[in-house]
Write a protein that binds this ligand. Structure first.
Ligand SMILES: C[S@@+](CC[C@H](N)C(=O)[O-])C[C@H]1O[C@@H](n2cnc3c(N)ncnc32)[C@H](O)[C@@H]1O
Length: 218
C-alpha cells in the first residue's frame, strides 16, 4: 500500500484501490457507455501516482473489440515514481498483470517532460511531469472525462484549487465530465464555481459520498 510521507496520505483506499477506481472514476464518468459512441476519447487525470487508474481503465477498454476507436490517457504528475515502485504497488492485482508489465517495461528511468507511450494502435498514455497547475495551461480543450485524484484535499490543496478547477473546466469538451472520490465542501464549491454541474453520489466502500459532474453542452 503506497503512502506519501510528504502528503501524509495513501495513494488509494485501503480496501481495494482497483475496485475504487472502477466505482469512482470509470463509473462516475460513465465511460463504458460513452466509449460505445466515441471515436477518440481523451481522459485527463490529476495525479498519475502508481498508474493504477490508467491500468484499470486500459483493462476495461480492452474488454470490447474496437474498430477505429482511440483512447488517450493524459495524466499530470509532479513526483513520478520509479518503475520498480510502480511494479511493487500494482503487483497486488493479478487482474492487471498484463497492463502493469507493459507499463513498467516502457516506463522511463528518469521521467521528465511529457512521457508518451503508444501501447497499441488504439491506446496511448501521456504523463506530463510537473505541477498540474502550470502544465495544464498549455493544453487545448480536448478532454472528455477527468479523474481528479490528488491526495486528500486538506493535505494537497493545490490539486483542488479554484484556479486549477477552472483550468480543468476550460479544457473539457462540452458534455464532458469529471469524477472524484473527494467530497469536501470547498472542492464541490470550486467545481461549481468553475462551471460544472455537480452531483453527489454514494462513495466507494465506507465513503459516504463522492462527486461527479458534467460540463453542460451549450
Ligand atoms: C492519490 S495519488 C494518485 C493515485 C493515482 N491516480 C494512482 O492510480 O495510483 C496523488 C498524486 O498526485 C500527485 N501530486 C500531488 N500534487 C501535485 C501537483 N501539484 N501536480 C501534479 N501532481 C501532484 C502526487 O505525487 C501523487 O502521485
Amino acid at each position: 500500500m503506497p503512502y506519501s510521507a510528504e502528503f501524509g496520505d495513501h495513494f488509494y483506499c485501503r480496501e481495494d484501490g482497483r475496485l475504487e477506481c472502477d466505482h469512482v472514476f470509470l463509473g462516475g464518468n460513465d465511460v463504458i457507455a460513452r466509449w460505445q459512441n466515441a471515436t477518440d476519447f481523451n481522459i485527463g487525470e490529476l495525479g498519475f501516482g502508481t498508474g493504477l487508474n490508467f491500468c484499470e481503465t486500459w483493462r476495461q477498454w480492452k474488454q470490447v473489440p474496437r474498430d477505429g476507436q482511440h483512447l488517450h490517457f493524459i495524466s499530470f504528475e509532479r513526483f513520478p515514481m520509479k518503475a520498480n515502485e510502480i511494479d511493487r504497488a500494482l503487483s497486488r492485482w493479478p487482474e492487471i498483470n498484463d497492463e502493469r508489465n507493459a507499463l513498467c517495461a516502457a516506463w522511463s528511468m528518469e521521467p521528465a517532460g511529457n512521457v508518451t507511450i503508444e501501447f497499441s494502435s488504439d491506446v496511448r498514455l501521456t504523463v506530463v511531469i510537473g505541477t498540474a497547475e502550470t502544465q495544464l495551461t498549455s493544453f487545448a480543450p480536448i478532454f472528455d472525462a477527468w479523474y481528479l485524484d490528488g491526495f486528500a484535499p486538506l493535505r494537497n490543496p493545490d490539486m483542488w484549487s479554484l484556479d486549477l478547477m477552472r483550468s480543468v473546466f476550460d479544457r473539457t469538451n462540452p458534455g464532458g465530465s469529471f469524477a472524484t472520490y473527494a467530497a469536501a465542501g470547498f472542492v464541490r464549491r470550486n467545481l461549481q464555481a468553475a462551471g460544472f454541474a455537480v452531483e453527489r453520489r454514494k462513495g466507494f466502500g465506507a465513503k459516504r459520498e463522492m462527486l461527479c459532474g458534467i460540463k453542460q453542452p451549450i
